[in-house]
Design a protein around this ligand. Structure first.
Ligand code: KIV
Length: 271
């Protein structure tokens, strides 16, 4: 199946239109110019510079250590690559929770210095004043509910969220608050598919799921996970669309062998 690649840049208005007409939205993470160029050319509507960069790029166990400056550095490369996709940068842990004023200042800094189109923030009612303030001054915000990895220490792990009625009700209420505040989209991570469907129908903005079933308006995955670069990670919701870890290792061991036996570089590869 061929994918129609938009000639123009994606906008939040177009994403809303896609929800209205039932056209699914594809989003992937990227953290560098080279891979973001390929992801953009292949036709995703949104690229997320996720704070999963803390794990994928920096090798940390959690998303918590990554800083605003590091997110800006990575996002600049992705922005240079994205000709069509809308680029969303995650606001890292600690950059929006301390005070509304600091949150807004950091959101403005991220938008100005990285050139991204929007920011993503984890949480509902607790962070609503900061989110509302950002939206009022013109910063497009994507919400993120369910399994919010920055709260891993509070949750005690990365298990399924909102299985119990009270948490499911809070999540639905939070989604409605984010929608009313003007979030242009909401990510739902690792929650029951039936709840994600209910939320998707209850809000006017597009809902992008990861481990949240098929009824969402779109899907997001971590690029390195779906490419099979991260062999140790295979939760139920993840599909490997390629097995690049094996390909990379095979290519690198062929290179090592060619260097060792002096077959690389050949005369044709020399000046
Ligand atoms: O940081 C990230 O990659 C994310 C996605 C998993 C949604 O937030």
């Amino acid at each position: 199946m061929s994918v129609h690649v938009q000639n123009t840049r994606m906008t939040t208005a177009r994403l809303r239109q896609m929800k209205a007409t039932g056209e699914k939205i594809a989003m992937l993470t990227s953290y560098d110019f080279t891979l973001a160029s390929l992801v953009d050319e292949a036709g995703v509507e949104m690229i997320l510079v996720g704070d999963s960069a803390s794990n994928v790029v920096c090798g940390n166990q959690y998303t918590l250590p990554i800083t605003v400056e590091e997110m800006i550095f990575l996002t600049k490369g992705v922005v240079r690559a994205a000709k069509h996709a809308l680029v969303v940068c995650d606001m890292p842990f600690g950059s929006y929770q301390v005070s509304e004023e600091e949150a807004v200042r950091n959101a403005v800094k991220i938008l100005k210095e990285s050139g991204c189109d929007a920011v993503k923030i984890e949480g509902g009612e607790e962070v609503l004043p900061a989110i509302s303030h950002m939206i009022r001054i013109g910063v497009p915000v994507m919400g993120h509910l369910g399994l919010t990895p920055q709260s891993v220490n509070q949750f005690g792990g990365y298990g399924l969220r909102a299985k119990e009625e009270a948490e499911a009700e809070k999540l639905l209420h939070d989604a409605q608050l984010l929608d009313q505040a003007g979030c242009f989209a909401i990510t739902l991570e690792k929650i029951p598919a039936a709840l994600a469907e209910k939320v998707t129908k209850a809000v006017s903005c597009p809902v992008i799921g990861i481990g949240a079933g098929n009824a969402c308006d779109g899907q997001v995955l971590v690029l390195h996970d779906m490419l099979g670069l991260n062999q140790g990670f295979k939760p139920k919701f993840l599909r490997h669309f390629a097995s690049l870890a094996e390909e990379v290792k095979t290519a690198v061991s062929s290179y090592v062998e060619a260097v060792k036996d002096s077959s690389f570089p050949s005369a044709e590869e020399s000046y």
